[in-house]
Design a binder for this molecule. Sequence first.
Ligand code: HEC
Ligand code: HEC
Ligand code: HEC
Ligand code: HEC
Ligand code: HEC
Length: 241
Amino acid sequence: MAEHGKGPHLHEPAGTLFAQIAWLRVAQVFGPGANSLARFSLVGSLVGLALLFGALELYVRSPYVTAAGQPVDQPVPFSHKHHVTDDGIDCRYCHTTVETSSFAGMPSTQTCMNCHSQIWAQSPTLDPVRQSFLTGQAIRWNRVNNVAGFVYFDHSIHVQKGVGCSSCHGRIDQMPLTYKAQSFQMSFCLDCHQNPAHSIRPQSEVFNMAWQPPANQDELGRQLVQAYHVQSKISCSTCHR
Ligand code: HEC
Ligand code: HEC
Ligand code: HEC
Ligand code: HEC
Ligand code: HEC
């Protein structure tokens, strides 16, 4: 292959140093010595590389890798389906700070014992709960939902502006073991922030897991956006501060 500056037909193109270097590199690769087959295979392998990266990108974002939909192992097999749907306990009984703080809050062992000092008081399944109560060591629940440390998230503003738990967590009330419904990639957040009218609901429905948008959602949404003074927050510093 023609070497830098020595190629028989290579003449120096005018222009900036950067353009010259770029030109030299192109000339090196596609110089007079390169036949069309070589050109073809080079272009082919570039396309191949692009496809490979595309596939990798899809793989990294797929539910398989982000583990959306798969239950997380817990020290006690806690069921939202039993406690929320069968026993009718409100989310706020256990996640007490979800309306007032960025963190939804996790129930203390005392909260469990309000009932389980009587109900299923001998059950081996609840051994870790009784142990925790006796020793004063909190149960270590494994995290289900997670956003990276460089993302700022706040529950209270979403609750106040009519974004329901189910919009982000799915049908928690039907989960025997808790899994994440969303992998919380940036596009998921931005889709709603760009057009909140499409997704917000009356504040009274925020904790209603079965709520479905009505046929006239876009009209209702526009009214709620006005009533709740909802803004479209898409600047980077909203979430990356
Ligand atoms: C009786 C207490 C209780 C009630 C009521 C309850 N939860 Fe939970 N919730 C828990 C416990 C305990 C965990 C941790 C174990 C687990 O992940 O299943 C949890 C975990 C979660 C998680 C996952 C937390 C994480 O690690 O990301 C979400 C989301 C959640 N609850 C939402 C809700 C919603 C929505 C409601 C109301 C429909 C609700 N919970 C009602 C006790 C409760
Ligand atoms: C308001 C009462 C109440 C509270 C608070 C409560 N539970 Fe329960 N729990 C029940 C009842 C009632 C059952 C019986 C299950 C059913 O509905 O069949 C039960 C059943 C269970 C079971 C076994 C049955 C199953 O498979 O779900 C586990 C494990 C359990 N609870 C864990 C917890 C933990 C952990 C907490 C605290 C985060 C907690 N519970 C808080 C009422 C409560
Ligand atoms: C706009 C999306 C969104 C809505 C709406 C939402 N959550 Fe979350 N939730 C998240 C994200 C994201 C996380 C993970 C936060 C983190 O990694 O810091 C989370 C985490 C949690 C956790 C784990 C503890 C914590 O705060 O990190 C619980 C419990 C929870 N959510 C309950 C609820 C309940 C109950 C509601 C409804 C009142 C609700 N969430 C509404 C997105 C949402
Ligand atoms: C279904 C709709 C919806 C989704 C999904 C959603 N948001 Fe929001 N978010 C809102 C609305 C509505 C507001 C309130 C905007 C306003 O009027 O200030 C808001 C406000 C916020 C605020 C507070 C802005 C401020 O200036 O105080 C932050 C931070 C935020 N969202 C982060 C996130 C992140 C991170 C995600 C993804 C994990 C997310 N949101 C997903 C609807 C959504
Ligand atoms: C509504 C919230 C929100 C806004 C607004 C937002 N981001 Fe993000 N961003 C996220 C979330 C959520 C992630 C994913 C974090 C994770 O993987 O856990 C993310 C991830 C990223 C990443 C890491 C690469 C990736 O895609 O995972 C970069 C870079 C980034 N954001 C840049 C930006 C820039 C630049 C802007 C402004 C144009 C912006 N973000 C606006 C929520 C937001």
